[in-house]
Design a protein around this ligand. Structure first.
Ligand code: AMP
Ligand code: ZN
Length: 114
């Protein structure tokens, strides 16, 4: 998608602080962190949100969660805990229309974060 900010991050048009990358998935630090640790995981395929997922994306979504598991262990938040959030649509406040999962960690959380 030409006007998608996360597609521009994927193709290097916009710089990002990359935490993990493979052929299907990219993880990078959120530019406006809401917690001491705030990482975004995205598929390289442009999918707008959870509601736009198709059955053919099942493996990709599984991969995203395997990557979340791996990142959590690598940065040591597997022991302390973390939260994963994906905002879908207007009422959830989704601002970037490219599927992404927030990993939030680094301090004790209340009920609502984003
Ligand atoms: P959401 O509100 O769930 O759509 O989340 C979008 C997230 O993308 C927000 O937390 C933003 O801070 C983050 N974001 C927007 N632009 C960038 C960027 N260029 N690099 C890193 N994170 C970004
Ligand atoms: Zn995109």
């Amino acid at each position: 998608m030409d006007d998608c900010i996360f597609c521009k991050i994927i193709n290097g048009e916009i710089p990002s602080d990359i935490v993990y990358e493979d052929e299907n998935v990219l993880a990078f630090k959120d530019i406006n962190p809401q917690m001491p640790i705030h990482i975004l995981i995205i598929p390289k395929k442009h999918i707008e949100s959870i509601i736009d997922l198709k059955s053919e994306d099942e493996t990709l979504v599984g991969k995203i969660f395997t990557v979340i598991n791996s990142i959590a262990r690598d940065i040591g938040i597997d022991k302390t805990g973390f939260r994963v959030i994906s905002n879908c649509g207007e009422n959830a406040g989704q601002t970037v229309k490219h599927l992404h999962f927030h990993i939030l960690a680094g301090e004790k959380m209340g009920e609502k974060i984003i």
